[in-house]
Ligand binder design. Structure first.
Ligand SMILES: Cc1cc2nc3c(=O)[nH]c(=O)nc-3n(C[C@H](O)[C@H](O)[C@H](O)COP(=O)(O)O)c2cc1C
Length: 370
């Protein structure tokens, strides 16, 4: 029997809501997701989020305008509720009519209502089913689910378990994150019932990301997923990073030495953000009296920005830490956002096409790796 050529349309509800051509999201990686990367993603048909949590407050508006000067496609911005200028990000997202905001621990219901009333979609990232349910109760329009394979702060449940759990638990569109880098992953996520994929590591490893070339080479050089490992040594929270001298040094420090380094980092971070000592104290107090952060962890939280900037911004791949997902171990080259998104969409279409053809004539297709 002749096999008809089939074309697979990958547009999903996510594309409709976010206004992008392909169901592929670039996540807001601190110091990585700048205007150029966001615009390159959105121009290539994906949807990019600016890292609003790590852009200095007095540069934020200019960075949004820069994206708008580089693309006429929609994009979003990320923030978290502990950053001193969280409300500035919210105000700018509304004023510049950005399509979406992403966040980890979310803002209060009134702020979410303000964003939604202004037509800005609320799209939190969660790492556990209970957080997905809570986020939707609070008003989330779309939920991104990050499995443990993912880069940066991450949970322990892999995407293959967390994604179906969350899909069963919520009624809003779900975006799968953690471990995605190719078209097979996109096809698999859509088959699970997700509305698209979100990627961090794959976008960091593009020619469009601002990370210095020597540091990107370190990401490309990793071949063993076990060497992209989770450690709590940096800021007390589980964070996935590429094994390197800086990580091993921090892990080898005594608790007292680590706390002393954290205090130094906290003071530098506060000064960088234009804060006075009383303001820093007030922020630390607010964070420490929150739901799940103790004093030591609050102080340690300043470690991550300092150690990440040393590598990702200043280019020292041995002195700073290298946040990344296990996908780094299977990505063997840098591509532009344009090339990478086109390839992923073509691969996913071919996979889904091949699967659909198995129902027509199984003699003519080979599935899997055989
Ligand atoms: C270098 C790097 C920095 C990141 N920074 C942040 C951040 O500042 N805020 C955040 O919510 N997630 C951050 N993440 C997590 C990503 O947004 C995303 O959820 C994750 O990378 C997805 O998994 P993947 O790396 O397997 O694609 C970061 C990830 C990386 C690799």
């Amino acid at each position: 029997m002749a096999v008809e050529a089939m074309s697979v349309d990958l547009r999903t509800v996510l594309c409709e809501r976010l206004g992008c051509r392909h169901p592929i999201v670039q996540t807001a990686m601190g110091w990585v997701a700048d205007a150029r990367l966001v615009a390159a993603t959105s121009n290539a048909g994906g949807f990019g989020f600016l890292a609003g949590a790590t852009i200095e407050p007095d540069k934020l508006e200019a960075e949004i305008r820069k994206v708008q000067s580089l693309t006429d496609r929609p994009f979003g911005i990320n923030f978290h509720m502990f950053q001193p200028n969280a409300m500035q990000v919210v105000d700018l997202a509304i004023r510049y009519r950005l399509r979406a905001v992403s966040y980890g621990r979310g803002p209060d219901a009134a702020t979410i209502r303000r964003l939604k009333d202004a037509g800005v979609l609320c799209m939190p990232t969660v790492g556990a089913v209970k957080h997905a349910v809570k986020a939707v109760e609070m008003g989330a329009d779309i939920v991104t689910v990050q499995g443990g394979e993912g880069g940066g702060h991450t949970g322990s449940v892999p995407t293959s378990i967390l994604l179906p759990q969350v899909l069963d638990a919520v009624k809003v569109p779900v975006v799968a994150a953690g471990g995605f880098f190719d078209g097979r992953g996109l096809a698999a996520a859509l088959a699970y019932g997700a509305s698209g994929i979100a990627m961090g590591t794959r976008f960091l490893m593009t020619t469009d990301s601002p990370v210095p070339g020597t540091v990107k080479e370190r990401y490309v050089a990793v071949r063993d997923p076990a060497l992209v490992r989770v450690s709590t040594a940096v800021d007390g929270l589980p964070q996935r990073m590429i094994d390197n001298p800086a990580l091993r040094r921090i892990e080898g420090m005594s608790r007292a030495a680590r706390l002393a380094a954290s205090v130094r980092h906290a003071l530098t971070w506060g000064r960088q953000n234009g804060m006075t000592l009383p303001q820093m104290g007030a922020l630390a107090w607010r964070a420490a009296s929150g739901e799940d952060m103790g004093f030591a962890q609050t102080v340690m939280a300043a470690n991550a920005p300092m150690l990440i900037q040393r590598s990702i911004v200043q280019g020292d791949a041995d002195a700073g830490v290298l946040p990344g997902g296990q996908a780094a171990a299977v990505i063997d080259r840098l591509e532009s956002c344009e090339e990478m998104i086109r390839r992923i969409v073509e691969e996913a279409s071919a996979r889904l096409d091949a699967l659909a053809r198995t129902h027509v004539n199984t003699d003519h297709v080979t599935l899997g790796n055989a």
